[in-house]
Design a protein around this ligand. Structure first.
Ligand SMILES: C[S@@+](CC[C@H](N)C(=O)[O-])C[C@H]1O[C@@H](n2cnc3c(N)ncnc32)[C@H](O)[C@@H]1O
Length: 220
């Protein structure tokens, strides 16, 4: 198995997954269909979050008692499935993505999992969709996993919308290790954001070395 945490050997990555809650049949089928898309070259093999990250996000959502959440970057819906499953039946997750094709796959699996009534997809440019949400501090959780150069603006727009003690998760903040040797515009954007967040008094910040790096912010 290819490890998604770049510092893990394949054997350790297997151990991590074997020692965590297993995926059920619906989530496993979604992961398999998305892997097949990647094998056919129709999507990036690194788009979907790692399985163990999904398990963690579901547990965190439940442990925090999240009822209202936003996701920026939904793709075929695995991370949204995990968040939605961690919420109570009357929870609400708004998913922002510009791809009708990929989110159509997501909707099939949310339906199968019985969580589609908690999820609303807003198609279009994520920043515009985010700005269209009321600037009221009602969100318990936000997950950001879209264009990396957009992250600073997403974090700014999320700040007034997240409640005090609410949490924002930012994916890919280790950039496969390239934060130490940034090559692309995306790499440089994440390096600058990581430095800015570490000294931003509005957030309590930790960069967790889970999968490709998951930064967790708590609104002070
Ligand atoms: C890395 S994938 C998300 C993976 C997803 N969280 C999962 O676990 O399967 C990134 C997604 O962000 C979307 N995206 C990227 N930039 C965007 C933008 N500016 N506005 C809206 N969607 C965007 C892409 O269409 C893609 O579906």
């Amino acid at each position: 198995m290819t490890p998604r945490s770049f510092l893990l050997t394949p054997e350790l990555a297997d151990h991590v997954r074997a020692s965590s809650e297993p995926l059920d049949e619906v989530a496993a089928a979604l992961v398999a269909e998305t892997a097949a898309l990647a094998e056919r070259g129709e999507a990036s093999p690194t788009y979907q979050i790692a399985v163990e990250q999904g398990v963690f996000m579901q547990l965190l959502t439940r442990a925090l008692g999240v009822r209202r959440a936003v996701e920026i970057g939904t793709f075929t819906g695995f991370s949204a499935l995990c968040i939605a499953r961690g919420m109570p039946a009357d929870g609400s997750l708004v998913c922002l993505d510009r791809s009708e094709e990929w989110t159509a796959i997501a909707r099939r699996y949310w339906e199968r999992a019985g969580v589609s009534d908690r999820i609303e997809v807003r198609l279009g440019e994520a920043l515009e969709s985010l700005r269209a949400l009321p600037a009221e501090p009602v969100l318990d959780l936000a997950f950001v996993d879209a264009d990396k150069t957009g992250y600073p603006a997403y974090v700014e727009e999320l700040h007034p919308r997240v409640r005090p003690d609410g949490v924002v998760l930012l994916d890919n903040t280790l950039r496969g290790g390239r934060v130490l040797d940034p090559r692309s515009e995306d790499d440089h954007a994440v390096v600058a954001l990581n430095a800015a967040l570490a000294s931003d008094p509005r957030w309590e910040t930790v960069l967790l070395p889970l999968a490709d790096g998951l930064t967790m912010l708590r609104k002070r």
